[in-house]
Each structure stands twice: as structure tokens, then as C-alpha cells.
Design a protein around this ligand. Structure first.
Ligand SMILES: [Zn+2]
Length: 207
């Protein structure tokens, strides 16, 4: 397995470390058993990054033409983070960037859990929701806009109220608006996008 870029690995661990103070726990039920996501789920991703079970590389190595800030690839258990995140100023921009890293960490988390029967669009909805919980805790709010990406961020921030409290399980009707916004956005940036595709997940065993 490729080893992580040291600077980006440190940056990613710092970003994930910042979410530890944001307490959340909820389950999301797609088409089968619910999957639970909690603060500790992101800690398990940090642990996997430290142990090189999950690799962190430059986004320039992602090799996709699809427009995205960062990415996670299930096939090689790798997070792709832009090099310039490391040198961007702290404050609002840094908070936004950390949310992007947290989004990718949710994908990594599903991969670590080898979550079953999870469709692509629901995985995205969950990742945007966890990032929205982080943004809310850090008092970062979405700039208004009519583009499809802004709609995804707005729906995610609207959904945060529904996951406050103990033992919340979101079902399809609960996250329909967010999932629909994800579908609309991804179909625009990636013609032929099929959000109902069930993902193949599972991080390879550590060597
Ligand atoms: Zn995503």
C-alpha cells in the first residue's frame, strides 16, 4: 500500500482532532440495517490513518475529472486532500476546509465498518450531515446561493436539528430532501450519476 504524504497526514489528523469536541451520535437507515455514526467513528478513522490502514494523499493524485474539493476512494482506502489546504489561513476558510476533511472521513468510516447495503447518495447525505454538525458547532454558516452545491449544504444544515437527542435513527423520509439535493448536484457534475448504486465497502486487513 502507498504510504501517506506526511504533511497531509498531519493536517488530516489535526482536522479530525478538531471534531472530537463536537458530540454527536445517530443512526442512518438506508435500505437495510441502520449504520451508526458518532464522534467515536471519526476517532476510529484517525486511528486507521495513524496506523496507515487508510492513506492520505494529495488531491492532485486522485485522477478524476469530476469537480470536487477532496475525495475518498474505497478501492484503495485513500483520502485525497488538496495540498493548499495546509497553508490556507485559519478562521472561516480553515473551518470550511476541516468540514470537507470530515466529510471524506465519513466515507472512510463507512469503508472501515464495511457498511452493507449503503447507496452512494445516502453515503453522501450522511457525510454532508456530519460536516454540517461540525460547521454548526463552529458557527460557520453557508453563504446563500442558488447553485446545486449550496442547496446540498443548506439541506444538510437544516437536517442537523433532527439528530439532536439520544438514539435517533434517520430513515429515508427524514433525509429525503438532503438526498434529493445530493442526487441533483451529482447528476449535474457527473452526467450518468447513479446514486442508488450500492457501494462495495471494506478496508483491506492491515499487513
Ligand atoms: Zn462525499
Amino acid at each position: 500500500m502507498a504510504s501517506s504524504d506526511p504533511k497531509l497526514k498531519t493536517y488530516t489528523l489535526t482536522a479530525l482532532g478538531d471534531v472530537v469536541g463536537v458530540q454527536f451520535s445517530f443512526a442512518i437507515k438506508d435500505i437495510d440495517a441502520p449504520v451508526t455514526l458518532a464522534t467515536s467513528s471519526l476517532a476510529s478513522v484517525s486511528d486507521a490513518i495513524r496506523k496507515d490502514r487508510i492513506t492520505v494523499l494529495s488531491f492532485s493524485q486522485y485522477g478524476s475529472t469530476v469537480q470536487a474539493a477532496a475525495a475518498y476512494k474505497n478501492e484503495n482506502d485513500t483520502m485525497y486532500i488538496p495540498d493548499d489546504y495546509v497553508s490556507r489561513p485559519s478562521g472561516s476558510q480553515r473551518t470550511y476546509d476541516y468540514g470537507t476533511v470530515i466529510h471524506e472521513a465519513v466515507h472512510a468510516c463507512f469503508d472501515l465498518m464495511a457498511a452493507k447495503h449503503l447507496t452512494h447518495a445516502t453515503g453522501e447525505a450522511a457525510a454532508y450531515l456530519v460536516a454540517a454538525l461540525y460547521y454548526e458547532a463552529r458557527h460557520w454558516s453557508v453563504k446563500p446561493g442558488n447553485d446545486t452545491f449550496t442547496q446540498v449544504l443548506l439541506e444538510a444544515s437544516r437536517l442537523t436539528a433532527k439528530v439532536k437527542g439520544a438514539n435517533v435513527t434517520l430513515t429515508r423520509p427524514d433525509f429525503k430532501d438532503l438526498r434529493d439535493a445530493v442526487m441533483t448536484h451529482y447528476k449535474r457534475i457527473s452526467p450518468g450519476y447513479r446514486g442508488d448504486t450500492i457501494m462495495s465497502l471494506g478496508v483491506a486487513a492491515a499487513p
